[in-house]
Design a protein around this ligand. Sequence first.
Ligand code: UD1
Ligand code: CA
Length: 463
Amino acid sequence: MKCAIILAGGKGTRMKSERPKVMCEVLFEPMLYYVVDAVKEAGVQDICVITGYEHQVVEDYLAKLDGGIKTVLQSPQLGTGHAVMQARAFINQHTEDDILILNGDGPLIDAETISKSYQYHRNNNNAITLLSAKVEKPFGLGRIKRDKNGTLLKIVEEKDATDEEKQIHEVNSGLYWFKGEGLLYAIDNLTNDNAQKEYYLTDTLEILIKKGRNKGAYIAENSDVILGANDRRQLRDLNDIMRGHINDAHMLSGVDIPCTDGVMIGKRVKIGNSTRILPNTIIIGDTVIGDNCVIGPNAYLDNATIGDEVVLDNTKVLDSTIEDGVDCGPFVKVRAGSVLKKGVHIGNFVEVKNSVVGEGTKSAHLTYIGDSDVGADVNFGCGTVTCNYDGKTKSRCTIGDGVFVGCNTNLIAPVTVGDRAYIAAGSTITDDIPADALSVARAYQHNKEGWVIKKKPYKEKNK
Ligand code: UD1
Ligand code: CA
């Protein structure tokens, strides 16, 4: 059985954030999300996360993400080895298993690297296998020290390294596979005899070597997978790398992204064939998009379900469903709980909230449709407002099929408009309208002929 300990106790002072470092976001998800996801995808069944700084935030997040993940609090925080010591009970349950340990702030780690390092670990019957990487700029990272035959000796932290050791470019990723019983033995023998007076998890390598146990380092094929972020510039770099990976994967699977500027697509998003994503478009959450759509420019989709052949130009969609052939925009907001059925047309400066809009209905401009159930083939004139809020409560409007709503109509909810009813422009509708009726709810017009000449209401023009 494979199990894992994820280290997530650190504050991340250089992030200058109130939140624990692992909760700092890459592509709108906490870094910890990606680590948990990769670990699970690699087939790890039992996961224990070490928390510390603002632990409640991490615990709450994990509980929402996956109720099965265990947490252990490390307080005070005396180093990575000390963090693992807090999980002694967890390790005791897994003495016969392989235990993966990794950092919660390295979101680029992937299941493939975890699985390959695991294979290497098993094939060599190692008590400890570390994931290392060869990097151009090793500064700040633990260096992998080997003898002249290439045999592993130890890991030296930057702060403890000699000038000669600082020249080493093979670094420790912070990801390890241990045999459970070997890990237990190693943490029981850790000391804090080093420059930072911390219990270093890295010292477990030397401890197990001294015990005559098998050890090895699996070198990452792509060194990006070990990258972490200590400040927000590095967080931006991680965003860029991950964004590139995700955009590339979509393009290779048939999504058209002619210019990736400002295109940020979350990891869980699914996009159909031949859909075009135009610049400055953010697509996140559990959004699913069908085939042959045009999304953007300047679209923002969060938890949206989008059908085929949908056009979303300068449109924001939150927690809503948009069916085949709908076109929205520019400057449209579709708020939570809305369904736009097939062929709906929503034009500029229209907001839809918590409403169902029936097939083929059109709202071309400057309209608010809130808390409403709208039938098929309705035509909303410019400037229609569903007045859904009376200052205390929200009420719904029900509008039948084929209704014509004249320009600048106010529908005072709760109100029901029957099928095919026809509302005169400028009406304020307070009562239900039966099917097939004309409703005029405005003052009638009367013209006074010659009134201007008689009353001379204007200032005299300069001659
Ligand atoms: C550690 C490794 C270093 C490696 C680097 C890779 C040690 C001593 N050094 O460096 O060899 O190159 O990772 O990124 O292990 N954490 C806790 N409790 C603590 C300290 C840290 O939970 O008391 C967590 C942090 O939240 C973080 C992870 O452990 O997720 C790594 O800690 P960090 O301080 O970033 O790593 P380093 O010690 O710099
Ligand atoms: Ca109006």
